[in-house]
Ligand binder design. Structure first.
Ligand SMILES: [Zn+2]
Length: 196
């Protein structure tokens, strides 16, 4: 790093290196443009996805994953940072609010992956690397993520219906956003003014 700094200083000072400076600057601009492009594409993808979700459902249930904890896990860090989970959640939150949808945020300790969505059996443990598993109780074969999604949806629906309270069955389930539509922008009555 120090060496790189020294090279850059040299590059900036040495008059003989002026043409190189130009090329270097052009390269930097190119890289910056590429980064901007990726950022815009990601933001665009997140907006399209969250808008689509909010339009298609009255109740949306998500798991409150701890981004910080997961980013500490190297394998997940990249995937989660790339997907922009925090931003995804933020957008879902305000878009649900705006559209009067119910967003149910399921606590991260809810055993969504370890619970059999068919019979309710809870596994003692499930390794992160296990993508498929068979329920020892009812023999249903599960895809890890699909099974978790089914459990999260079921919990979210139960909370939205009010049949399950927040902390039923050890799952601390929170509700976010109003269930009734409300006007997005509070409008001040405008005083009519007549000037002669
Ligand atoms: Zn089962």
């Amino acid at each position: 790093m120090e060496q790189l700094t020294r090279y850059l200083e040299l590059l900036n000072r040495d008059p003989q290196l002026a043409p190189v400076r130009g090329v270097f600057a052009a390269q930097q601009a190119k890289v910056a443009r590429a980064h901007r492009k990726v950022r815009t594409a990601r933001q665009d993808f997140l907006h399209r996805t969250t808008t689509g979700l909010v339009r298609s459902a009255d109740v949306i249930a998500i798991e409150d994953l701890s981004v910080q904890n997961m980013v500490r896990n190297r394998h997940l860090a990249r995937a989660i940072s790339d997907a922009g989970w925090g931003e995804f959640r933020r957008q879902l939150g305000y878009k649900c609010d705006r559209a009067g949808r119910t967003l149910v945020v399921i606590d991260r300790w809810f055993p969504s992956s370890k619970t059999c969505s068919a019979c309710g059996h809870v596994l003692a443990r499930l390794a992160l690397s296990t993508r498929h598993w068979t329920c020892p109780s009812c023999r249903t074969r599960h895809d890890r993520d699909l099974n978790a999604a089914k459990n999260i949806l079921a919990a979210g629906r139960a909370v939205a219906r009010g049949t399950v309270s927040g902390d039923a069955c050890g799952a601390d389930v929170r509700r976010q956003g109003p269930s009734l539509p409300r006007s997005a922008v509070k409008q001040e009555p405008r005083a009519a003014r007549h000037s002669a």
